[in-house]
Design a protein around this ligand. Structure first.
Ligand code: 2PG
Length: 247
């Protein structure tokens, strides 16, 4: 018995296209991003990997990617569950900043520490900042738990409870589960699934709009390390582009 889990990062967003740190800012998909989402759904249909339930974040780029992909796969009717725990990493005071300008201003080492280190969060975002989520009604229930910045370690800590309580439950019910989320919340999940070290996870990048399929054994360990992209060549090229952002 294996369980099927499909990971899908949202398609290109407005701020991906503009090369801005995004985090919890709720930006839209670009037209190209919408096309990537549709293509992702077509790949699922062609591969006959048909989700029974979808889990998304509370951010429109993931929500709309899931809707477009599922429509293209003729699975637009499946149940949807959403949680802030699948949101992108909160990028703190970097939210809204240009990646290239940040690299030029702070240098490669600091840029990469903020972007890809396991446990160095960017400086916190002030609640009065135009890109703050303090006061956003969708996060009203979080109270003091509302992040002002996060590193990957923080994302894992807030993601894992939802993984255990909701996603694993659906997998163990025999459902094919689609998780439509974000570059860094999916890096957190892949780190957990593949037991990637705190150092090595820095080198892992997830491309936009490319379905990544994991078959998991009884202990929820991948039967193939790293899973399989349904379009591996396109995924490798797109992951390299993510790695090079800011340059
Ligand atoms: O800006 C962000 O929120 C993320 C994902 O787009 O960027 P990065 O890949 O630099 O972590």
């Amino acid at each position: 018995m294996t369980y099927t889990l499909v990971l899908l990062r949202h398609g290109e967003s407005d701020w991906n296209a503009k090369n801005l740190f995004t985090g919890w800012v709720d930006v839209a998909l670009t037209e190209k991003g919408e096309g990537e989402a549709v293509r992702g759904g077509q790949l699922l249909r062609e591969a006959d990997v048909l989700p029974d339930v979808v889990h998304t974040s509370l951010q429109r780029r993931a929500i709309n990617t899931a809707a477009l992909a599922l429509d293209a796969a003729d699975r637009h009717w499946i149940p949807v569950k959403r949680s802030w725990r699948l949101n992108e990493r909160h990028y703190g005071a970097l939210q809204g900043k240009d990646k290239k300008q940040t690299l030029d201003e702070y240098g490669e080492e600091q840029f990469m520490l903020w972007r890809r280190s396991f446990d160095t969060p960017p400086p916190p975002l002030d609640d009065s900042d135009e890109f703050s989520q303090a006061g956003d009604p969708r996060y009203a229930d979080l109270g003091d738990e509302l992040p002002r910045t996060e590193c990957l370690k923080d994302v894992i800590a807030r993601f894992l409870p939802y993984w255990e309580s909701d996603i694993v439950t659906d997998l163990k019910d025999g459902k094919t589960v689609l998780v439509a989320a974000h570059g860094n919340s999916l890096r957190a999940l892949v780190k957990h699934l593949d037991q990637i070290s705190d150092e090595d996870i820095a080198g892992l990048n997830i491309p936009t709009g490319m379905p990544l399929v994991y078959e998991l054994d009884e202990d929820l360990r991948p039967t193939v390390a790293g899973g399989r992209y349904l379009d591996p060549e396109a995924a490798a090229a797109a992951a390299a582009a993510v790695a090079n952002q800011g340059r």
